[in-house]
Design a protein around this ligand. Structure first.
Ligand code: F6R
Length: 245
């Protein structure tokens, strides 16, 4: 694991955007695995700036997102499709038909999951997977569990995760109860993984991810077994790890 320790969220966002930019410059037809949530917002802002300055070209890039709430349409302002459109896709020259997010409205959940895995496979796999991390160590919507998950699947969200995400909804009752997510297996199959962690509420999860045992109760800990992981974390997120790395 390569760990970049940065001062704060702004520095984290710049560093992450630089790493993603390098990926796109080195391989213009990259397949990017993308994440939503608060953490990557600054990264996407910097990528948009890079595009506006003429430094970045997304015309050959394909993206596959980690997850989507079940039951929300892409027009819903809390869907992850909407998030990606408004934070990145609408502002760069990526082809919209080259951007993939699980379809939250699919009737047949099993078919949606199988199709999503087949799509990733047909694209030749993910070149760079961007990840945030939950306070409980989740990646995508892979919650602590007794086993590591393999492919894309439907999950029932924990109360903790619904509570954490309730800040984006009018009330917790409006937070969907289920979501589609890539599995840990999909994430581990990515050629490179870029994990971002910002803030003190991520410190324990980051500590367990880097130094704890590989344990499905901390889904991100499996990244210890991946051969090409970059972590960019700020001082607060690294507060428990500082003298140990
Ligand atoms: C988002 C995702 C989640 C988030 C995680 C951290 O697509 O898959 O795993 O990365 O919940 O969320 P934030 O960044 O909001 O703290």
């Amino acid at each position: 694991m390569l760990i970049y320790a940065v001062k704060d969220y702004e520095e984290l966002s710049r560093k992450a955007a630089n790493i993603i930019s390098a990926q796109i410059i080195l391989k213009p037809a990259s397949v990017l695995g993308l994440a939503t949530g608060s953490t990557p917002v600054g990264t996407y802002r910097h990528l948009v700036e890079g595009y506006q300055k003429g430094d970045l070209d997304f015309s050959k890039v394909t993206s596959v997102n980690l997850d989507e709430y079940r039951g929300l349409s892409g027009d819903h302002d809390q869907s992850y499709r909407y998030f990606m459109n408004t934070n990145l896709f609408n502002h760069v020259n990526i082809r919209k038909d080259h951007t993939f997010v699980p379809n939250g409205l699919t009737e047949d959940g099993a078919e949606e999951c199988a199709d999503y895995d087949a799509r990733i496979e047909a694209l030749g796999g993910i070149d760079l997977q961007l990840l945030g991390i939950g306070g409980n160590g989740h990646i995508g919507f892979n919650e602590p569990s007794s086993v590591f998950t393999r492919g894309t699947h439907l999950v029932t969200l924990t109360q903790e995760t619904r509570q954490a995400n309730a800040r984006f909804f009018a009330s917790i009752d409006e937070v969907p109860t289920q979501a589609y997510t890539m599995g840990v297996g999909n994430i581990m199959a990515a050629k490179k993984v870029l994990l971002l962690a910002s803030g003190e509420n991520k410190a324990q999860a980051l500590y367990d991810t880097v130094l704890g045992p590989v344990d499905p109760m901390v889904p991100a800990s499996i990244l210890q077994l991946h051969s090409d992981v970059i972590i960019v974390a700020d001082e607060a997120a690294l507060s428990l790890l500082n003298d140990k790395i």
